[in-house]
Write a protein of this length. Structure first.
Length: 329
């Protein structure tokens, strides 16, 4: 078993991470490259980033030792349904010297597996977007959310940024003094925290600043909300509380009342010590008091574990998970 190697990749819109690990839990190599999501960047560019991350992870590993691999990415179904995209990924896999098969799974499943080895449970992810999914036998089952900024993603980073701007515009429409959060948003968008001249003129400047950028860039304002909430700013605190409720409600759409299996929290807004993570944990604990709440861990290593668990020599997948992801198991 110690000679057998598996590889995993966690492919996102901004970065691609790879890990090569042995079945005894030893990490042999890691790699990181640019965004490799084919939906965002096109299949050829995405495959190039995949190859760069793989080569880095396998720098000190004979590719012939690799028995299996898993690629986790958002929109996995679109890649599997696109012959040209799948062919580009196949070429990257081969160019890295790999001759073993690989599986493609959604990033939500990889995030879930990074937090627990339990075959059944729920994953909730909030970053730029937001999605909740039920997992059954380590396969995605029912899904709520994940519809994108235009149609959904309530409680996400995009939602926080948009709602912060809406509250700023509401202050300006009413002629009220902007809140501290509104002043920070105003400074980020216009370069000054002050209302310049008439409130209506300032509101128009805010609208122009937002509409000149791609809509999804509103998510870049979310850290301002998180920081302000951490400092006790009332408007930011109210937004965080509302976002937590919305995220918990998305879980309620797919998770049975009284369920006791684990819930894994993933995404930049829900991992680590953030106000939104704390608020979401409180909401979930109130609704499912007997469920363990876990944080997502390293996605590339979790993808490698998903690849390994189906090998015949892996007789105890949970024990291997504890070796590879000890803080999660």
């Amino acid at each position: 078993m110690s000679d057998t190697v598996v590889v995993g990749l966690d492919v996102g819109g901004t970065s691609t991470r790879a890990a090569a690990v042995r079945l005894d839990g030893v990490r042999l190599g890691t790699g990181r490259a640019g965004g490799g999501n084919p939906t965002s960047h096109g299949a050829e560019r995405a495959a190039g980033e995949l190859l760069a991350a793989l080569r880095a992870a396998l720098a000190d590993v004979d590719p012939a030792r690799v028995r299996a691999g898993t690629i986790g990415l958002a929109g996995a179904g679109r890649l599997l349904a696109d012959p040209q995209g799948r062919a580009a990924f196949d070429r990257a896999w081969s160019d890295a010297g790999l001759r073993c098969p690989y599986a493609v799974h959604g990033d939500a499943l990889v995030a879930y597996a990074s937090g627990t080895a339990a075959p059944d449970g729920t994953v909730l992810i909030a970053g730029t977007g937001a999605i909740a999914a039920q997992v059954r036998d380590l396969r995605l089952d029912r899904v709520a959310g994940g519809h994108g900024w235009l149609l959904g993603d309530a409680g996400s980073g995009f939602w926080l940024g948009r709602e912060a701007v809406r509250r700023l515009l509401s202050d300006l429409d009413r002629g009220a003094a902007p809140s501290e959060l509104a002043r920070r948003i105003l400074a980020e968008l216009t370069g000054s925290p002050e209302v310049a001249g008439r409130p209506r003129a300032t509101a128009e400047s805010v609208v122009q600043a937002v509409t000149r950028r791609p809509p999804v860039e509103l998510a870049r304002l979310a850290p301002l909300v998180v920081t302000a909430a951490r400092e006790g700013e009332p408007t930011a605190g109210a937004l965080i509380a509302e976002a937590a409720t919305l995220l918990a409600e998305s879980v309620s759409r797919i998770r049975p009342v009284g369920a006791t299996d684990p819930v894994v929290l993933g995404g930049g807004l829900l991992t680590g010590a953030t106000p939104l993570a704390d608020a979401v944990r409180t909401e979930l604990a109130a609704r499912w008091p007997a469920a363990a709440l876990r944080s997502a861990g390293d996605g590339a290593t979790a993808a490698a574990w998903l690849a390994a668990r189906d090998l015949p020599e892996v007789t105890d997948p949970a024990a291997l998970h504890a070796l590879l992801l000890p803080t999660s198991s």
